[in-house]
Design a protein around this ligand. Structure first.
Ligand SMILES: C[S@@+](CC[C@H](N)C(=O)[O-])C[C@H]1O[C@@H](n2cnc3c(N)ncnc32)[C@H](O)[C@@H]1O
Length: 398
């Protein structure tokens, strides 16, 4: 979609077509029928405008998962939506920039570098920062501007290559580099745009934050920078690198669980001992695992690790904690498909949830090999038990 078509989508027949398409998709009408109806019922639609309206309608519907009701008014490009930070995660991050405003006794002047369609831009503005967004893609800038207007916030957006920007006049910077190339997601920190070296220099020059893929290797986090791994609803979302005044003093690693906002840091971390399987097994939240804070989570449940190298915790007590899911252990055995199959058959188990860490077993092959036919369900955990391959049967603690 080009900028002219996008503008036409916001007015007259374009806007009408978009509204009709969203309503028809919501009513479950077949996409081919929606396309025909919209073209027939809205006079003055060019084929390009009709096609843009249908795409935008689909994007808005998909965007509800990230932006809730605001998605109904917002504007998206496929890549822009894919890469935008979901509203709750962006709001959590913006909270720290807002604290900077508190310290300055005025709205912090923040540059949002690589603002995309404006997920973080909106959150920073809503948190009271004086924010300017920058992106080098003209269509994306147009969408970011339209979004700021749509949600009635205040932020300037400029089309510019951020590598040419002088950030000196800003109190703080936020950068969310592109993690897509040729329409595909990239996971390697060296494949982001602008390059990791640019991000690293930026963090060394100003108070700020960078959003990175959660797989970022620990050893490349620069000295003095705090890395925060964030999950939402148990799904790992991102790693945020906090620099200078925005970093927490003496904290290098943090795990934050959203939407609740519970947080653990390396200040909470203690080495955990290796224990034999006890009554309960705990599977830590992925943010805790990626932040290497499993010892801190084990401490929360007065437990230890099943193996020094894998992130399963065991404890005699059942403690409700947001940092790990609890399971009650019913059986422990050495790894053997034959023995597992026999036990599950004896128990009348017909369905299993298979979890594994530190195991190369092909889960789908194992499921086939088990040839289950009973009525019950159990959780099968393939784990290292102090260096030996073991199997734990368990049920979730509700
Ligand atoms: C991950 S997205 C940003 C998402 C945004 N934080 C949000 O929540 O909507 C990255 C953006 O960086 C932009 N970008 C990549 N390289 C750039 C550069 N050198 N200068 C400006 N923008 C750039 C891309 O156009 C893309 O829109």
């Amino acid at each position: 979609m080009d900028v002219e078509i996008f503008r036409s989508l916001r007015l007259g027949p374009g806007a009408q077509a978009l509204e009709r398409a969203v309503a028809a998709f919501d009513a479950g009408v077949d996409p081919l029928v929606v396309a025909t109806d919209v073209r027939r019922e809205v006079p003055g639609l060019t084929p390009e405008l009709a096609s843009a309206a249908l795409t935008q309608a689909q994007l808005r519907r998909r965007a509800r998962a990230k932006f809730g009701a605001a998605a109904e008014r917002m504007w998206f490009t496929p890549d822009g939506l894919e890469q935008a930070t979901r509203a709750e995660v962006a709001a959590h991050r913006a909270g720290r920039f807002a604290a900077l405003s508190g310290r300055l006794s005025r709205p912090a002047n923040v540059a949002d570098l690589c603002c995309g369609i404006g997920g973080d831009l909106q959150a920073l503005s809503a948190a009271g920062c004086a924010v300017t967004g920058f992106d080098n893609d003209a269509m994306t800038v147009e969408a970011a501007r339209a979004n700021i207007e749509a949600v009635q916030l205040d932020a300037a957006v400029e089309c510019l290559d951020v590598e040419t920007l002088d950030v000196n006049s800003f109190d703080a910077v936020f950068i969310d580099p592109a993690r897509r190339r040729d329409g595909r997601r990239v996971f390697d920190v060296n494949a982001v745009t602008p390059a990791w070296t640019f991000v690293r220099h930026l963090l060394a020059s100003k108070p700020g934050a960078a959003k990175m893929a959660p797989g970022i290797p620990h050893h490349i986090v620069p000295p003095g920078v705090e890395a925060e791994w964030v999950s939402f609803g148990g799904d790992l979302k991102e790693a945020v690198l906090w620099a200078s005044d925005l970093a927490t003093r003496d904290v290098r690693r943090r795990a934050t669980l959203l939407p609740g906002g519970e947080t653990l840091t390396d200040a909470d971390e203690t080495p955990a001992e290796v224990l034999a399987p006890a009554r309960f097994l705990y599977e830590p939240d992925p943010a805790v695992v990626r932040a290497h804070l499993v010892g801190a989570a084990a401490k929360q449940v007065n437990g230890g690790l099943l193996d020094a190298t894998t992130a399963y915790i065991t404890s005699d007590i059942n403690v409700a904690t947001p940092f790990a899911r609890a399971f009650e252990i019913t059986d422990v055995m050495p790894f053997s498909v034959k023995r597992l199959r026999q036990t599950l058959h004896e128990r009348g188990v017909g369905a299993v949830t298979i979890m594994k860490r530190g195991s190369a077993v092909d889960v789908e092959q194992l499921r086939r090999d088990l040839r289950l036919n009973g009525r019950d369900h159990t959780v099968v955990v393939l784990a290292l038990l102090n260096g030996r391959r073991g199997v734990i049967l368990a049920r979730p603690v509700t």
